[in-house]
Design a protein around this ligand. Sequence first.
Ligand code: AMP
Length: 213
Amino acid sequence: MRIIFIGPPGSGKGTQAKRVTAKLQIPHISSGDMLREFVAKGTTLGKQAETYMKKGLLVPDELVIDMIMERIHQHDACRGFVLDGFPRTLRQAQELDQALANSGLPVDCVIHFDVPDEEIIMRSTSRRLDPETGRIYNIHFDPPPLEILERLVQREDDNEETVSHRLTKYREQTAPLVDFYRNKTTVYKISGVGTFEEIEANLLDSLTQNGSF
Ligand code: AMP
């Protein structure tokens, strides 16, 4: 099953993608995580992407498209995947569509996470990452255990100004993809507000309806 998660930055799609891919035993392909890894390793792609990421801008299509195309053709993705954070522009969606059509493996469904802007800003600025486990906490509603507090870090692009930029880019360039996919596959709109468990239950309901679960 090939599933695409679309939602504003900080809508919880990464957290839900980790949970659902563990259950479905398919890879979670997050373009943001992949790019951050390249930045940390200091690769050419990482260096090119870093300046855009720091400002909350989208990394140019050609860089991201090649990276994802290579990833979805790796062996572990042959049973399917959840794409999180890709596609983010019409060009990315068209290229993905073409690549999947060429392999005869269309997208099974799109999950659209709906979260109001004020909630996104509040969530993103209180988000913290545990670099040792990759686990994401929120200092307000998913607080970390006290003993690991000191090692937690805030993503460089999780400050209010950058989050606002990312949100504007999302509304302008990514949200319209929901309509693009409505003409091609089933799109399930899920409220991204609620407890992790409530959101997960709605997500699993949609995937069950779709026959992906
Ligand atoms: P994320 O972790 O998905 O919020 O992504 C973090 C940052 O990586 C974004 O603000 C962009 O700068 C960059 N990025 C991630 N995915 C994409 C994509 N599909 N297209 C362009 N830039 C991306």
